[in-house]
Design a protein around this ligand. Structure first.
Ligand SMILES: [Zn+2]
Length: 190
């Protein structure tokens, strides 16, 4: 194996191999183990190591590239129109009034609703299916009536959007991947 292998000796009693996402292999070994013993161990485990490296590689390959600043600007412009229309559609259904709508790029949330009724949405919603956008809009609108995630809140969401669990699950499953596409610039608002 020609790749970089880091060996860390310590007062541990067992030997362990870790394959990192960066494809680096780290071996943690007891202090008394010789280089020869460690090499023999690595040779024995080479099949397992190769499999882990393969897995890490395919994980990296399936990642979508980070969004560029231009792409983010376009998503924000689209989101401002699209999500406002959805708010206009669903606010009467929920039976609430809203204040300002702002669009941001965020790593931690899809939407929020202030006590004053101002709504904030994540521009990455434009990369989600339409039904998911509907769900997030309905979710925030329902917060105009119920400020927490109580049973009453979810009952209200379900009344407005009976199939919401599917969209909720979609976000849980795919949201992380989308947020990763913000790359390093995610914390800063354009
Ligand atoms: Zn909420």
């Amino acid at each position: 194996m020609n790749r970089e292998i880091q060996i860390i000796r310590s007062h541990r009693r067992t030997i362990a191999i870790e394959v990192r996402a960066s494809q680096k292999v780290v071996v943690r070994a007891p202090a008394y183990m010789t280089d020869g013993e460690i090499q023999r161990f690595l040779l024995e485990k080479r099949g397992w190591i190769a499999k882990q490296l393969d897995r890490m590689q395919s994980r990296t390959d399936s990642q979508e590239p980070p969004l560029t600043e231009a792409e983010l600007r376009r998503l924000k412009a689209e989101a401002a129109v699209d999500l406002s229309q959805r708010v206009v559609k669903y606010a009467p259904v929920v039976g609430v009034r809203v204040g300002r709508i702002t669009i941001r790029q965020q790593k931690t949330r899809w939407g929020s609703c202030s006590a004053q009724g101002n709504l904030n949405f994540n521009c990455l919603l434009m990369l989600c299916p339409e039904a998911v956008r509907d769900y997030v809009v309905v979710h925030e609108l329902c917060h105009r009536k119920e400020l927490n995630h109580s049973r009453a809140f979810w009952t209200l969401v379900e009344r407005v959007m009976p199939g919401y669990r599917t969209q909720y699950a979609w976000l849980k499953e795919n949201g992380g991947k989308l947020i990763q596409r913000l790359g390093q610039c995610g914390k800063r608002d354009l």
